[in-house]
Design a protein around this ligand. Structure first.
Ligand code: PLP
Length: 392
């Protein structure tokens, strides 16, 4: 179906940080399947796990124990908060699980709490429950939505948030620590701390949507950790499965008993294969030190992009984001940004565009210094030739 405006190439294989099309042409992958392939492509350790777990068993259901998943849950808790994990197959399902959990929790409160606070331009998924929390026109139009009230706030407006907490008595707030689809908008640590504090004061569940920002993408295992806060619910997906579908929610210990048998379920998740790959992703990120190496490389990328911006101050009006989640704010019309994206693809660079005028870079944590040099060269050349065409 025509649900996506696809880019005109067919990929045949990947190796390291490159993808190759049917004709053998290589592309530096700064798109990573929308923030999924955190370790690039064909990582030898992922291939080893795929073969080993693949030869054991591929599916079991939640009616039996699944060792790779139990080990993964324990490790996710070790690197986040004390609590329990519910696994899903995708990000949107993590949002659905959160919605149901928040509903169950609100029923147990002494005073009724109803509704969820979200950020302007948030993105939390495209299922019928999640679209109500996704504040982007073009996602929720034309579809029925749940009657849970949703309150939209502008990022960094603490007074407006407190006013809503006080007057509307919502059950939860859900936050992307760096808004992804909303245009790569990093939230200040002080703002996340204020949210966390207000949640405690007003008895509101603090939910961090780490589906895009998590699993090392911003330089910490989860992005909320930059602010040193302790959320009640953490949503994850995208990077964790090493390329296979896997997601879930982590719920703080004090609430984790609320889901009882029958309250929620799924046949496929957690796939033992996805979970085994999840364990390998954590091995590489943490034990092999790729998270640390990648975050140093990400700093270099940010510096180089900032330097590039200073050459084209009228064309690029800002570089924003964190770690391997960066946006170039282009001072151009949407078709011109699309044009540059297509030119870059032609030259062998895959980049994303979000909010029409933000070039979104989601490189793997395995990006190298040499690849940064090549990328900056290509961007510089594209901006240069774009300006020349404009002069004519
Ligand atoms: C991608 C994304 C989702 C939805 O995940 P899917 O796996 O596409 O359903 C939800 N929240 C955020 C922040 C995302 O980036």
């Amino acid at each position: 179906m025509s649900t996506y405006g696809r880019l005109p190439i067919v990929i045949e294989r990947g190796e390291g940080n490159y993808l190759f099309d049917e004709n053998g042409k290589g592309y530096l992958d700064l798109f990573t399947g929308l923030a999924v392939n955190i370790l690039g492509h064909s990582h030898p350790k992922l291939i080893k796990t795929l073969t080993e777990q693949g030869a054991k068993f591929l599916h079991i259901s939640n009616v039996f124990y699944n060792k790779p998943a139990i080990v993964l849950a324990e490790r996710l808790l070790k690197y986040s908060i004390k609590g329990k994990v519910f696994f899903t197959n995708s990000g949107a399902e993590a949002t659905e699980a959160t919605l149901k959990f928040v509903h169950k929790w609100s029923k147990q409160q002494p005073e009724e709490r109803l509704g969820i606070v979200v950020m302007k331009k948030s993105f939390h998924g495209r299922t019928l429950g999640a679209i109500k929390l996704t504040r982007q026109p073009g996602v929720y139009q034309d579809f029925p939505v749940t009657d849970t009230p949703v309150y939209e706030v502008k990022p960094h407006d603490i007074a407006a948030l407190e006013h809503i907490f006080q007057t509307k008595k919502p059950a939860a707030i859900i936050v992307e620590p760096v808004l992804g689809s909303g245009g790569i908008v990093p939230l200040e640590a002080s703002y996340l701390q204020a949210i966390s504090k207000l949640c405690q004061t007003y008895n509101v569940l603090c939910c961090m949507d780490e589906i895009q920002t998590g699993i090392g993408r911003t330089g910490m295992f989860f992005a909320y950790q930059h602010a040193g806060i302790k959320p009640d619910i953490i949503l994850f997906a995208k990077g964790i499965g090493g390329g296979l579908p896997l997601g879930g929610i982590i719920v703080a210990q004090e609430f984790s008993h609320l889901f009882q048998p029958g309250d929620h379920g799924t046949t496929f998740a957690p796939s033992p294969l996805s979970a085994a790959l999840g364990n390998t992703v954590i091995d590489v990120l943490i034990e092999d030190g790729q998270l640390e190496t990648g975050s140093k490389i990400a700093n270099k990328l940010y510096e180089e992009l900032t330097r590039l911006q200073s050459i084209f101050p009228d064309l690029v009006t800002g570089i924003r984001g964190k770690g391997m989640m960066l946006g170039l704010v282009m001072n151009l019309k949407a078709p011109d940004v699309k044009f540059i994206q297509h030119q870059l693809l032609e030259e062998g660079f895959m980049v994303d565009v979000t909010q029409q005028t933000i070039i979104r870079l989601l490189p793997p944590l395995t990006l190298t210094s040499d690849e940064i040099t090549v990328l900056i060269g290509a961007l510089e050349q594209q901006f240069q030739s774009f300006l020349k065409v404009g002069e004519r």
